[in-house]
Structures are given as structure tokens and as C-alpha cells.
Design a protein around this ligand. Sequence first.
Ligand SMILES: O=c1ccn([C@@H]2O[C@H](COP(=O)(O)OP(=O)(O)O[C@H]3O[C@H](CO)[C@@H](O)[C@H](O)[C@H]3O)[C@@H](O)[C@H]2O)c(=O)[nH]1
Ligand SMILES: [Mn+2]
Length: 717
Amino acid sequence: MLLTYEAMAEAAKFATVWVPFCRKHGIEPRGPESYFDLKSHPYMGRSQEDFVNDRRRVRKDYDEFKARINGLDHDIKQRSDAYNAARGLKDGEPRATWMADGTQWEGTWVEPSENHRKGDHAGIVLVLLNHPSHSRQLGPPASADNPLDLSMVDVRLPMLVYVSREKRPGHNHQKKAGAMNALTRCSAVLSNSPFILNLDCDHYINNSQALRAGICFMLGRDSDTVAFVQFPQRFEGVDPTDLYANHNRIFFDGTLRALDGMQGPIYVGTGCLFRRITLYGFDPPRINVGGPCFPALGGMFAKAKYEKPGLELTTTKAAVAKGKHGFLPMPKKSYGKSDAFADTIPMASHPSPFAAASAASVVADEATIAEAVAVCAAAYEKKTGWGSDIGWVYGTVTEDVVTGYRMHIKGWRSRYCSIYPHAFIGTAPINLTERLFQVLRWSTGSLEIFFSRNNPLFGSTFLHPLQRVAYINITTYPFTAIFLIFYTTVPALSFVTGHFIVQRPTTMFYVYLAIVLGTLLILAVLEVKWAGVTVFEWFRNGQFWMTASCSAYLAAVCQVLVKVVFRRDISFKLTSKQPAGDEKKDPYADLYVVRWTWLMVTPIIIILVNIIGSAVAFAKVLDGEWTHWLKVAGGVFFNFWVLFHLYPFAKGILGRHGKTPVVVLVWWAFTFVITAVLYINIPHIHGPGGKHGGAIGRHGGDAHHHGKKFDGYYLWP
Ligand SMILES: O=c1ccn([C@@H]2O[C@H](COP(=O)(O)OP(=O)(O)O[C@H]3O[C@H](CO)[C@@H](O)[C@H](O)[C@H]3O)[C@@H](O)[C@H]2O)c(=O)[nH]1
Ligand SMILES: [Mn+2]
């Protein structure tokens, strides 16, 4: 969209003031919006007065910048209308969208037409800021049109390029993975930097030292085997009680950190620093998988392959210059038709011998840009290794997990880098429906990987054994839904029917139960103590896990089975972003907006079943039908345990009213009492009464049939 491009152009212009200002005064955080939102402005630079003046000036620039961005939509339309009018368009002729410099925009038009609509437009590469010089470049001193004294500040800005890959109808563009691959090739041609930072469109950099922190893991001793450095995802705009566990603290601060002790964290799609060559399918220079515990297991069956040097320079510079690609890990044709792109690969793998050459190549001239457009053509990847052996992997909606996995099975490591202030911050869906769909997408993606050629059960032996366990877990976890559905409904249903499929507990059963519970407890303590999450956050995770498991995971299992059986593709529904701005309004308004989806059906059923189950049990005790009220209490407690987990969900579907927790409890109590009263008062439901017999009699022949046929059913208490 032209809007994106022009907004970027405005940002580039504002950056010429903002970035030097930040450097001069040591401003942190570097996001202007977050910085100007701060309550206090700790001063770190030089003289106070200088700072106050500069700050006032930049603030004014920033406000103007924001106003211009907000006006862009209108400006573009007005400008285009003027140009179109000037050209005297006849009726029915397509109405072009015009750039500020008076040329037609090649991408999507405001009024879409052939070759200029969403999913049907040319590839566009526009350089907004060109390569900076290699040496320091001090700014001008203060003057009339430049009120900031920048004479002591380096004013260079990094290269900034707008890229929109070619889109054609009927062509599978492979969503985010396809976008990342096009960008990887484009940046290879334009800059070919050896490291790539990948951020989602809804994330920003919050700590200017983040890259320095991450790159340490790449450049340090022995770190030539590190493929990527993963930062935890952090979010803003989440409600303070984190009703739907958006922060995912256990996953980021527990799981990813723990994996760091093995082969490394999995790749989670954003906030990740890559070594460029790993995306090209290179093997690591050495294999050191297995660590001190399992050194023999690393690459057990594949040793021979690694006797030859992996990344050692086996070709002379001259040979590369002649266009021979002797030491590419894959045949040249799997990288696509662009020779210019293929030539960048050896330079990315061995920056040092080519330092002079790559320094000279950093000019974004017309030919280079034409090449950049060519490598993001829609048809470029036809009959190449992109999406399978090279770059981001296709065929799943969680391309992140599988892309990291393919690196790990080659023996690459990854590292986890968590710093404070948070390196990157993003937005999370705080609406229940959006959140459920997000989890549905993740769980579907995981299962897709399980049912693909990237099933971790069959990955190479370069995968650390425990890392493999982690990958199996991450590609099978949605199956927990099947068990959880039984776990959350059968005990409550047993109260209603009076039949119990679980045996009267034996001593051995209690022993096992104690072991399982003890393990869970240790795990919980470790997670809380060691990952640094609070007990409250820990509970939230558990609550949301149950909600997601009995809705999204279940749906994912069904969806993927359909895909596996009928070969239907699954769509990537972009997570809705909370509309920004308007501070006066409730920032969490979206939290309680109810948008119905069939994903909500199962949790609602489970809630009802548990309330009704315990109400019936209660009624049976009141009625004298059951006498072992202590045992009944135990069962009812279990039902409440389930309800307690589904409490945030209930709060969410009650919408606006859910803001007061009392409403949920009132509703639950109401349902409970109604059920109990009905049960006691309607004789034909609860049968002729009297102890166990009543329970069977109530269901007549049917229940008898069950009671007799299956020895597995027990009457209890
Ligand atoms: O067709 C698409 C869809 C998405 N994106 C990008 O993918 C990102 C992730 O999409 P989003 O809707 O924000 O989903 P989230 O659930 O927030 O994303 C998480 O889950 C995704 C996998 O499902 C990962 O790719 C993301 O990195 C990870 O943050 C977006 O920011 C875009 O940059 C595209 O480029 N093209
Ligand atoms: Mn996102």
C-alpha cells in the first residue's frame, strides 16, 4: 500500500532528527511514543538546558510527524483525485493512485483495478535511506533551520528500504514464510549483512542495546555454531490481571530458558536474530550437540558426513568471482535463477575474505534495485529449494517452529537472550475470541508439523535427545484436548448418572497419585522460583491452558485430521490488533467484547456439566439418596476445580458484565441452585428415591444395561 510507503518515508524524515537526538542525550526507550509517554524524563546527556530545549523541539517535530501520518490517508486520495482529474479520465477508466513525486503507484490502488489490487500487483523496491558511509559523520552545529546542535553527534542512519513482493492471483504466496524468504533475498542483494533481525509487524524495539546483547552470542568464542538468538516476546496493552495469559510467562521464561541449557530455544517467529547463512541451508562448522551429557549421541549415525569441513573456505576467491559456486550446500539452481543473488551467498558465509568486495558492493544503484525486484517476483521460487531446504519453511501456519527445527536437526545451536528493559515489545490479542483463534492457529500449525516430513520423531541424530523430546511435545500438545475433555466432564457426569468408571481408589492408586502430584508440585515450584513468574501468573497459565485445550486444541485436532485426510489447506487468519490511540477511552475495552465463535461451545458445555453435576450430587445428599457426603464433597471439589480453571473464560463470555467478578459467581450459583431444586422437586427425574437403587432406576433400562454389561462401572459412593 502506498500508505505504508509514505508513512515509512515520513518516519525516515523524522528519524534524521530523532536518532541524533537520542544519541546526543542517551534517550531510552528509543520509541518516541513510549518515550514521550514516560512520566519522568531522566536526563543522561550533557547540560540540562540544552536537553530541555532539544527535547521541546523534538517533541514538536514528533507531534507534527504524527499529524502528517494521520493525514496521509486523506492526502493520498486528494492528490490522486487531482492528478486523475488533470488527466481527464473518462468514465470506466481505472483511477490510478499517485505518489507525491507525480508517478503512478505500482502497488495496490485506492480504487483497485487490474494489476493494482490486493493480491495482484507488481513487486516494488524503494530505497528510503541509502547505505550510510563507513566512517563517522558528524552533524551540523545549531543554526536557523536546524535548532539542534549536532556537531558532536554521529548522524548516520542505517539503510531503509520499502519492499512489497509481487503478488499474483492463483499463486500461493506462502503467507509470512513467503514474505520472509522474499525479504531475505532482497536484503542479500541490497546489503547482504551476515545477521538478520526478524520482528513481526506488531513489534518494536524497546531497548537500543538489544542487538548488541544478541550479537554477543553470535560473535563470541565457540559461537560459530549458533544459528539464531531468540529473545522472549513481551507485550504491552494486556490487561493487568492478564485474563487470557497473553504474556505466556511460563513458556518464555521457563520453557525457552530451559531449552537454552540443551541445544537452544525454539524459534518463535519474532524477536529473533539469525545468522544469514543458516537460512541458506549451510551446516554448522562443527557439531557439538549433546553437550556434556550426551556427547556420543550427537550425530551418532552421520559422523562421516562431518569429516569434511563444513564452512571452511574450500574455494578460492577467484573461483567465486568466476561465478562458480563450488561450496554452496545445495546445487545452485535450488537458490533460484538470480546469479546476482547466488553471488552474495559466499560473501555472507565468509564476510572477512570478502570484506573489501562487500564494502564496494554496498551501492543501491538502479541495476541492484532491478535485481532486488526480480528476486521477489511471485514465480521466483518455482522449482527451487525455498520453503523446504532454504529459508523459512512452508506448509504450516507456524513456520517459526519448523524453521528453527530444521536448523537444530543440522546440529546448529540457538541461544536465549532475555534482557531488561525488554528488547522488543509487541501487541497481543486481549479479546477472548481473537485469543482463541490465535491459539487455534498455533496448535493447528504444530500438528501440521507433526504430520509432515518434519516430524521430530524422525529428525537427524544431530538433534539433542532432550531437544527432540521438546520438539515432540511442541508438535503434539494439542492432543491433550482429547484427554482433557474426559477429565473435565466424566467425573461430573458420573454424579448425574450415578455410575463411576473409575474404580474405588486402591492404595496403589493413592501412591501413584501422590507421585504425580508431587512431580507437578516440584515442577510448579521450579517454574515459579526459577523462571521468576509469580504464583498468580502461574495459575493464569493453568487456567488458560484448560480453556484453550478444550476449545482451540480440540478444534485444531479436528482441523488437522481433516487436512491430513482430505488435503485441504488451512488459512492464516491474522491476529487482530487492538486499535491504538484514544487514551481517554478504556484501553481494555476489547477485553470484554463478545464475538461468538463455535470455539466457545465446548468450554460452555463443560462449565454447565460441572455445575449441574455438583448440583445433582448436592441434591442427592440433601435428599438422602447418598449418605457418604464427605466423599461427595471430594467429587464436588473436583468439579469446582475445573470451574475455577474456566473462570476467566466465563468472565470473558459474560462480556461487559464480566467486569465485576461477582456476576460470574452469581450466574454459577443461580444455575447450581436451579438444577438442585429441579432435581429434588421433579420426581420423574430423580426416580422413586432411596440410595443407590434410585440412581439406577432413574435411568430405567438403559442404566441397567450399562450397569450389567460393563464391569468397569462402579456404584459410588
Ligand atoms: O500473511 C501474512 C501473515 C502474517 N505475516 C506476518 O506475521 C506476523 C505474525 O502475525 P500475527 O497476526 O501478529 O500473529 P501472532 O499470533 O501475534 O504471531 C505469533 O505466531 C506466528 C505463528 O503463527 C509467528 O509467525 C509470529 O512471529 C508470532 O509472533 C505479522 O506480524 C506479520 O508480520 C505476514 O507477513 N504475512
Ligand atoms: Mn502478533
